[in-house]
Design a protein around this ligand. Sequence first.
Ligand SMILES: *Cc1c(COP(=O)(O)O)cnc(C)c1O
Length: 396
Amino acid sequence: MSSQNPVFIPGPTNIPEDIRKACDIATIDHRSAQFQDILNPARSGVAQVIKSEAAEVFLFSASGTGGWETAISNTLSPGDHVLIARNGMFSHRWIDMCERFGLTVSIIETDWGKGLPADKYEEHLKADSGHQIKAVLATHNETATGVVSDIGAIRAALDSARHPALLFVDGVSSIGSMDFRFDDWGVDIAVTGSQKGFMLPVGLAIVAFSPKAIAACESAQHHRTYFDIRDMQRSYAAGGYPYTPAVGLMNGLRLACDKLLDEGLDNVFARHAHIADGVRAAVSAWGLDLCAERPEWYSNTVSAITVPAHFDATSIVTHAADRYGVAFGVGLGDVAGKVFRIGHLGQLSDVLALSGIATAEMCMVDLGLNIALGSGVAAAQEVYRVGSVFEAKNAA
Ligand SMILES: *Cc1c(COP(=O)(O)O)cnc(C)c1O
């Protein structure tokens, strides 16, 4: 892989130079007041990015998967019933974790390429008049298929069934790049990791709990030690941390939040929508389809592109790495070999996206697909020429 090229994998994402430098700090004493000046703004910055006044944000040295475990282990007990839809590899892995925790998992099987079916969630919740379901799990953006789902609709399903279950949302590949409304959507636990929308190296699990989720910790019977948020809460209250914190990453997170908020969340989301529109125009000019079946499910952070049958999509990714030093995402699970993914979350601009589109195009032509060089690039250029987000922001 060439270090001069941006990556087009859906995480880890490209790291802005100033954020990389902010992670590289001399050792400080994490028991000193200096640590507070890093931890506190990082936590409050995350709360602002997820649009919450109610949430308490916890930072663990882990990846997003550790955030899933934080949610499950702190609020539930073995045998508890949870409800979740499976529509891709990431929801599949979260289900696997629930099963390994000994939870009773009701799975709503959903085509890979479709969004979360709020109506089916509602049916299950309405049928559960005894309120056995303790938590409803939802993957906001299924990174494997490039499908975004309507979390507000899942909240509405809970409300319409007058169901008290907690709502856990995996926002790993949405938070910081697409709109996420913790308070408005009545989210109880949101999970992300440092290496996606926050544009940092991997290493922090970022987890937000509502007061209701925090209250659920007392009766939860799952064993937990490292991910026990009560230790975190006690330490934060005393101005500390329960073990040695990843101070450099937290300093980077503080800056990442500042950068997102300075750009303006609406501008950040518009930038990603604009970049994604160009990628989608290219896909359509190539005569290919997205794995996401309908526009309402098109993700603005990752596009999974279906290749013609009998063609191995993974060969595009391998060829791009070998020949051009550029990274794209392979298909995972059920769509392995059937799709390749262009990640466009985190630090990226329309102009950089053009290089990824051009490279994907060269690879497909090299590998014999019937695609005209320049066709996708031209389609994206037409999108990027009008309504430049950069220009709009600087005019404002
Ligand atoms: C990347 C990702 C994860 C897993 O996070 P890790 O940081 O790799 O542990 C979970 N969910 C989604 C939707 C993701 O994109």
